[in-house]
Write a protein that binds this ligand. Sequence first.
Ligand SMILES: Nc1ncnc2c1ncn2[C@@H]1O[C@H](COP(=O)(O)OP(=O)(O)O)[C@@H](O)[C@H]1O
Ligand SMILES: [Mg+2]
Length: 262
Amino acid sequence: MLSHVTAVRYVTPLREGGSLPGLVETDDHGTYGTYVLKFTGAGQGRKTLVAEVICGELARGLGLRMPRLTGIVLDPVLGLGEPDERVQALLKASGGLNLGMEFLSGALGFDPLAHVVDPAEAGRVVWFDALINNVDRSWRNPNLLVWHRDLWLIDHGASMIWHHNWRTAETAAAKPYDASDHVLAPYGPDIATAAAELAPLVTEELLTGVAAEVPDEWLADEPGFDHPDDVRRAYVAALLPRAKTIHERITLPGAGPKGANR
Ligand SMILES: Nc1ncnc2c1ncn2[C@@H]1O[C@H](COP(=O)(O)OP(=O)(O)O)[C@@H](O)[C@H]1O
Ligand SMILES: [Mg+2]
């Protein structure tokens, strides 16, 4: 399971995002850090955080750049002096364990007009997003950062739609991926090469290790499951077969019926 550090100061909200993540300082036995904190008490609920952990750790396991994740223990008292009522409410509702992501200081938001991505890298990112069914990497909302000239993936909270209804998960996880709006679609993503390289890495061992990182308390009391480990197995069961064939079911602009109509 993710290790954790303790928040000692709430610094500021990161306002670009919808979920109002915040910047916090932490103290891990005298070692200070700065993290982006995603609140357990945010309206989107704890499944957003589960998706962040599973997809973030999976990205890292596949060699994609993704800031390090950690648990962050928050004392709601830190919000007492916070003037913004929305932030204060979030802090109040999020006592205990939250999700932290290493803050990439000085990173820029990806701008399609200013940055060039080669087809190999675009292919890896689009293939990965197809695997996790990420609907939140469009040109409107890239959720990619450029840091020291490299591309970094963030924000996987809106992935794996199937985990919102486990009864239909098997069918949902077999569905195609529409990449027409993907921010990297215009860069000629080389999906075939990415799939040949990455799909063999998505093993049961890797997925089991990734699911093991999710804290028990975010998986507890999931309807239809007796134990957090059963929920972990359900994530593995959805992703493992999808990795093998999803490259055949990715729609890119101009390549499929939707793109051809534009
Ligand atoms: N690890 C990070 N390092 C630097 N900036 C970040 C990091 N994570 C998020 N941000 C900034 O915060 C914004 C919101 O974060 P994001 O994870 O996309 O949350 P939301 O779910 O609200 O969209 C991002 O667009 C980015 O500008
Ligand atoms: Mg975002």
